[in-house]
Design a protein around this ligand. Structure first.
Ligand code: SAM
Ligand code: SF4
Length: 390
């Protein structure tokens, strides 16, 4: 049985993110740090580098207990199960890992990946996050995906039978998609879902093929009014199926929330290893931000040369810390604890701004001293955060 995760008042969560930067093909909408290589990457060499970078961070974080691990990408399901096993074993050798730690692997639904599911489970993965993206073959093609709906359904079924927990991702507000199409697709998805769904509105990211098509007038996406309707419909359908949003784009049954992602949004500590990974760690009450070299082979060389691939490792100012905490926390339904914000930033919200945002229905104060964004506020989150932080 699942129970709701209590909101912690201290920074006890400690996550480890490992980035696998390769994909079989590059999707035209995606600006994640993912690369296609004609030769399969040398997994052993990468594992050795991950291990060295993990050791670097372990030396900085004695006494911490790992509460979640996330193998993300890229396409981590291109890794052999033995590679995943070696990484998880290394993490367990470097830190104590909580017995109930959430260990997620991001997977694409191709049949080759699905064949590895049992191996990942045996290696210790207890949650799969599957990139289904659409339950419509024509839409999968538009999105440049290399899997079919039939493969996605097989992968969902196999994942449900293999892992204790499963989430899958869908992208909506796609070119040409109507509200009715999306309603039907989402209802099907909700019926297939376990305890978690990630529902992302398509965003047009700079320097992607979709961006260039959009600029050239060859790819139409919903305007902001229609996008708001898509969003409202998504909340309604997912909510009616017992999967309310606990974050702007993430829906879960109570207790099914991603603990790892909650660690980010609650602005707790996490280590990020692998090309282009970010981390946030607290030392003596202040946050440090880390980021590694993005380019996979340059990262590899950096780690082999100096034991880590860090290109950013700096203390954040109180102001930066406060802004990040708001930006992350206001994505969550549970919002931000005002007391923690005060403690971390040394400042309070302006009563005039609070009153303004509240009057316009963008934020609300909860009885327990938390401040949270309303559904309307989520639609304009960046402006809400900018207004509060100003
Ligand atoms: C880091 S990707 C990796 C997942 C996995 N490689 C896959 O594609 O199935 C995580 C998710 O971000 C979402 N995503 C990536 N680019 C997006 C975009 N431009 N708009 C909306 N969602 C996007 C997709 O749903 C994807 O599953
Ligand atoms: S969406 Fe996933 S599979 Fe596609 S390029 Fe991005 S990371 Fe790779």
């Amino acid at each position: 049985m699942t129970t709701a995760i209590p909101v912690p008042d201290s920074a006890t969560a400690f996550g480890i993110y490992v980035h696998w930067p390769f994909c079989a093909a590059k999707c035209p909408y995606c600006d994640f740090n993912s690369h296609v290589r004609h030769q399969p990457p040398d997994e052993e060499r990468f594992v050795a580098a991950f291990e060295r970078e993990l050791s670097h961070f372990a030396a900085l974080t004695p006494g911490r207990t790992v509460t979640s691990i996330f193998l993300g990408g890229g396409t981590p399901s291109l890794m052999q199960a033995s590679t995943v096993g070696a990484l998880l074993d290394r993490i367990a050798a470097l830190w104590p890992v909580a017995p109930d730690a959430e260990i997620t692997l991001e997977a694409n639904p191709g049949s080759a990946e699905a064949e590895r599911f049992r191996g990942y489970r045996a290696a210790g993965v207890n949650r799969l996050s599957l990139g289904v993206q659409s339950l419509d073959d024509a839409a999968l093609q538009t999105l440049g995906r290399i899997h079919s709906v039939a493969e996605a359904l097989t992968a969902v079924e196999l994942a449900r039978a293999t892992f204790p927990r499963l989430s899958f991702d869908l992208i909506y507000a796609r070119p040409g998609q109507t509200l009715r199409d999306w309603e039907a697709e989402l209802k099907k998805a909700a019926a297939l879902a376990a305890d978690h769904l990630s529902l992302y509105q398509l965003t047009i990211e700079p320097e992607t093929p979709f961006f260039r098509l959009h600029e050239a007038g060859k790819l139409a996406v919903p305007d902001s009014d229609l996008a708001a309707e898509f969003y409202a419909l998504t909340q309604e359908v997912a909510g009616a199926h017992g999967l309310p949003a606990y974050e702007i784009s993430n829906h879960a049954a109570p207790g099914g929330e991603s603990r790892h992602n909650l660690t980010y949004w609650r602005y707790q500590d996490y280590v990020g290893v692998g090309p282009g990974a970010h981390g946030r760690l607290t030392f003596d009450g202040s946050k440090r931000a880390t980021m590694t070299e993005k380019h996979p082979e340059r990262w590899l060389e950096g780690v082999e040369r100096q034991g880590h691939g860090l290109v950013v490792d700096e203390a954040l100012t109180l102001e930066e810390t406060a802004d990040e905490m708001l930006l992350m926390g206001l994505r969550l339904r549970e919002g931000v604890a005002r007391e923690r914000y005060l403690k971390m930033s040394g400042r309070d919200f302006s009563p005039a701004r609070l009153a303004f945002l509240n009057e316009h229905g963008f934020i609300e104060a909860c009885g327990d001293g938390r401040l949270r964004t309303t559904r309307n506020g989520w639609l304009v989150l960046d402006s809400v955060v900018a207004d509060l932080a100003a």
